[in-house]
Write a protein that binds this ligand. Sequence first.
Ligand code: ADP
Ligand code: MG
Length: 363
Amino acid sequence: MAALYVGLMSGTSLDGADAALIDFSDRFPRILAFATVPFPVALRDRILTLSEPGDDSMELSGIVSIELADLYARAVEGVIAGGGVDRQSIVAIGCHGQTVRHRPDLGFTIQLNDPARVAELTGIDVVADFRRRDMAAGGQGAPLVPAFHEAVFRNDKTSRAVVNIGGISNVTWLPASRKTVGFDCGPGNVLLDGWARRHIGTHYDEDGAWAARGNTDTALLDRLLEEPFLKSPPPKSTGRELFRLEWLERRLSPSMAPADVQSTLTDFTAHAIMGAIERFCGDTQEIYLAGGGARNSALVSRIKALAKGRPVEPTDVLGVPTSHVESMAFAWLAMKCVRKEPVDLTAATGAKGPRILGAVYPA
Ligand SMILES: Nc1ncnc2c1ncn2[C@@H]1O[C@H](COP(=O)(O)OP(=O)(O)O)[C@@H](O)[C@H]1O
Ligand SMILES: [Mg+2]
C-alpha cells in the first residue's frame, strides 16, 4: 500500500519551513528525507508584523470568519428544512466564503470563511476555497460561474450572453459553435448601492426608483466610461478594490444632484455591460440577466435600450430564477470537486488548463 507522505511545518520561531518525507508502511514511521528551507529575512519580518497582537484586521478577519460560518450553517439548516430532505442525503455544501480582497495582479484572493466550522455545525462535507487553485494555475480566480452557465444555459443554435449582475457584473458568452468566454465586465450594484446608502440611507435603490427620478449627466457618464478596465480585453476580474465610491468621487463635479448621479450610475452600469457584450461577445443574439441587478427595473430598461432589438430576458425563462443562479453554481462546483472532475475556465479566468477547484472539509 502506498504510504509515503510529506509533512510540512513552519513554526513560531520563524527559522524556516521543515519538510519530512515519511514512509508509514511499517509499524514505525521511517524518515526517508528531511529538508529545511530558511525564511528570507523580508518574509520573516512580514510574518512578525502580522503576528503583532492587536485590535486589527487580522483579528477582525478571524472573528468575521466565525460569524460567517455560523450564518452559513443557518442558511444550510434553512434549505434542509425547506427541502424536507435527510441531512445524510446531502453529498456536500459548496461554500464560497466572503471575498474581502481580490488581487489577481498580486496572485491572491481572500475569501473569509471557516469551512471546518460549517462542517462541524451541519455534519455535512463542505467544499470551499474554489478560487485559489484557479489562481495557482495562472487564472484570475474569477469569474468561476461561466463554467456553470455553460453547463446549463448553452444552446447549439443561438449565441447567448448571460450577465450576472451582482456587486460586480460578469458576462458569460456562450457562442453557438465556439468556446465559452467569461469575464468580469465592471460594476454591477456596488456603486448604485453605495451611492443610495449614502444619500437615501437604504441598502439599495429599490427597482431603481430613485435613479428614475434623476437625469443622467452625459458628461459624467462619458468620464465614467473612460475607465480603462472596461476596454481591457479578457481575461479580467475586478472587485470593490477598484469600483468604490472614492473612484466615483474623483470623477464627480461638485454641484451635481445626488439623484442625477444615481441615474448616471444606472446608465453607466448598463453601458459597461452592453459595451462588454459589443466588444468581446461577437455575435450575441440573446441576452439573459441574473443576480440582484436583474430586479432593478430602471437598470434593466436601460440595458434593453442598448440591446439593439435583441431579446433581454431574466434567466427565469431558461429555468433558473435570477436570484438562484449563483448559489446553484456553487452547488455545481462542489459536485465537480467531490467527483474530482476538472472545470475548464481557460477562456474565463485565463487558467492554464482545466483544474479541480476547491478543498474538501469532511464532516
Ligand atoms: N428590487 C431591487 N431593486 C434594485 N436592486 C435590487 C433589487 N433586488 C436586488 N437588488 C440588487 O441586488 C443586490 C444583490 O444582488 P446579488 O446578486 O445577491 O449580489 P452578490 O452576488 O454581489 O451578493 C442588492 O444589493 C441590490 O443592489
Ligand atoms: Mg448576494
